[in-house]
Design a protein around this ligand. Structure first.
Ligand SMILES: NC(=O)c1ccc[n+]([C@@H]2O[C@H](COP(=O)([O-])OP(=O)(O)OC[C@H]3O[C@@H](n4cnc5c(N)ncnc54)[C@H](O)[C@@H]3O)[C@@H](O)[C@H]2O)c1
Length: 252
């Protein structure tokens, strides 16, 4: 489905981003990963899916590193803005400004900057697809997660606005809203919630698992399949859309 295409997946070194990279690779896509860290076994896993990945170590909270990254990559057909952190797990009343700013830099500003650089290339090509990985908390608040929640709501605003600005240029911009996906990110965040709520991490996990009508977590592969659909020509008439992959937790 992605033969002869090139995709940059931010934060593709592990978790959901790595599952997306593997899924795209199996469709014949050339894979570029930008991440703070990529373990050798993750590169091997990509090779096993048929990729010869280009791996770039970069802190995407840093604009200079983003600009440098885009100056060394050539044609780009697909950008997946996936890199993200869960941010401070505390109430707004206790919020720390530096933690807030860092979370916005990684989750939102990096997506804007990568999109800005990608769109310059895609405008020349008159084609491209951008997929933003948001979250089920992009549609409703969550106590102790005000910062993360705000970044993900803002990501939908970014998605819709960029979609409108590029709609006649052959560029499409869409978002995926995953529910809880078992990754290192989720394990850490559930432990933080357990700590601030004075509960066991296993009880928090059980609550979150049961909160969706399907009463289960989401597999990274299930997110990757929807990202593939949005990245590919299968969704050629869709732009500015946000697709929920939440086991029925979100319905609008
Ligand atoms: N896991 C979930 O339950 C879940 C649910 C909804 C949305 N999401 C979103 O999906 C995306 C991926 O989450 P995940 O669960 O795979 O997380 P993860 O922590 O397993 O992976 C995130 C990746 O992003 C990279 N990264 C973080 N900061 C970076 C930076 N400054 N520069 C470059 N790379 C950086 C990390 O090194 C890591 O490889 C995130 O945007 C997250 O908010 C996750």
């Amino acid at each position: 489905m992605l033969k002869n295409k090139t995709a940059l997946i931010t934060g593709g070194g592990r978790g959901i981003g790595h599952a997306i990279a593997c899924r795209f690779a199996r469709e014949g896509c050339h894979i570029i990963i930008a991440d703070l860290e990529v373990k050798s076994e993750k590169i091997e896993a990509l090779r096993a899916c048929g990729a010869k990945p280009d791996v770039h170590m970069a802190d995407l909270a840093d604009e200079e590193q983003i600009v440098r990254l885009f100056s060394v990559i050539g044609r780009l057909d697909i950008l997946v803005n996936n890199a993200g952190v869960y941010g401070p797990v505390k109430k707004i009343v206790d919020m720390d400004r530096a933690e807030w700013d860092r979370t916005f830099a990684v989750n939102l500003t990096s997506a804007m900057l990568c999109s800005r650089e990608a769109v310059k290339k895609m405008m020349e090509q008159r084609s491209g697809s951008i997929v933003n990985i948001a979250s089920n908390v992009a549609r409703r608040g969550l106590p102790y997660r005000g910062c993360y929640v705000a970044t993900k709501w803002a990501m939908l605003g970014l998605t819709q606005t960029l979609a409108l600005e590029t709609a006649t240029c052959g560029i499409r911009v869409n978002a995926v809203l995953p529910g809880p996906v078992p990754t290192p990110h989720l394990d850490e965040v559930m432990e933080c919630h357990a700590r601030v709520e004075g509960r066991n991490a296993s009880d928090v996990a059980e609550d979150w698992r049961l909160s969706a009508p399907m009463k289960r977590f989401i597999d990274p592969e299930e997110v990757a399949n929807v990202a593939l659909f949005l990245a590919s020509e299968q969704s050629s008439a869709m732009t500015g859309q946000s697709l929920n992959v939440t086991g029925g937790f979100l319905m609008t």
